[in-house]
Ligand binder design. Structure first.
Ligand SMILES: NC(=O)c1ccc[n+]([C@@H]2O[C@H](COP(=O)([O-])OP(=O)(O)OC[C@H]3O[C@@H](n4cnc5c(N)ncnc54)[C@H](O)[C@@H]3O)[C@@H](O)[C@H]2O)c1
Length: 246
């Protein structure tokens, strides 16, 4: 994707991975909107990289809307990078009793619900973009973690939130593939990256359509939509394919 001259939102851009991402995007000619709770740091970085800062709690609908509105006002919004996150450590049952439900809920609200809040709002704005020559209208990137697959002691809440990010990435990519938007999740840590891009989603759809057509040709008469006999034949053919694959 051509970064130069485009607008990107980076949540959690006042620190760590988000700050690095914001600086990299700006160094490559993008205008970056940093969306973070830390006002002083966020504003200072935004000034330094010639971008904008919006104070934002990603789990709040109105805050997310304000961030996207600011980004759209600055130019063509082509990307969201979700880096905002928290990582509290608490055992399911610790020395002082059961895991705090508030801590669990907050972790899921910020890391998972917050990521989805920003994705849905940014995607809605990017759907209205004139597509690039490549057909792209934008990209959505979220930060998962190795903890999504291999959570350690004390990481029940964090792992649940990151597992949610991994789980929603593919259906989001499928939802948006037709619009020329891509969704990907990056798992920081030891494990490398589970990615679901709109290209991958489209490839799967194309393959599935090809298999349906081939099965119909093998049977000699393509089933009509809603034809129960045809549906039964399709199911039988799919069963045979699965059996062959095992
Ligand atoms: N650093 C790593 O090694 C690593 C590994 C795996 C995954 N991750 C994930 O990457 C992301 C960034 O990690 P980091 O190490 O840069 O963390 P960090 O603590 O340096 O930065 C997180 C930023 O998110 C902001 N933030 C927290 N809650 C927010 C909210 N509700 N709304 C808006 N902003 C909020 C913080 O103010 C902070 O600036 C996190 O989601 C983290 O779980 C990091």
């Amino acid at each position: 994707m051509e970064i130069k001259g485009k607008v990107f939102i980076v949540t959690g851009g006042a620190s760590g991975l988000g700050e690095g991402t914001a600086r990299m995007l700006a160094a490559n000619g993008a205008t970056v909107v940093i969306a973070d709770m830390q006002v002083e740091k966020g504003e200072a970085i935004a000034r330094e990289i010639g971008g904008a800062f919006v104070q934002c709690d990603v789990s709040q609908e109105a805050d997310g809307q304000a961030v996207v509105a600011r980004a759209v006002a600055l130019g063509k919004l082509m990307g969201l990078v979700n880096c905002a996150g928290i990582a509290p450590a608490e055992k399911t049952v610790g020395k002082s009793g059961a895991h705090s439900l508030g801590v669990f809920t907050k972790t899921v609200m910020v890391n998972l619900v917050g990521s989805f809040n920003m994705i849905r709002l940014a995607a809605d704005a990017m759907c209205k973009n004139e597509p690039e020559s490549t057909g792209e209208r934008g990209v959505l990137i979220s930060t998962a973690s190795v903890a999504a697959y291999d959570g350690q002691i004390g990481q029940a809440a964090y792992s649940a939130s990151k597992g949610g990010i991994v789980g929603m990435t593919l259906p989001i990519a499928r939802d948006l593939a037709r619009n020329g938007q891509g969704s990907a999740a990056v798992a920081g840590g030891k494990r490398s990256i589970p990615v679901a891009s709109w290209k991958a989603a489209r490839l799967r759809q194309t393959r599935a359509a090809h298999h349906r057509k081939r099965d119909a040709q093998r049977r000699g008469h393509p089933p009509r939509r809603g034809d129960p006999a045809g549906a039964a034949l399709s199911a039988a053919a799919a069963g045979q394919r699965r059996a062959r694959a095992l």
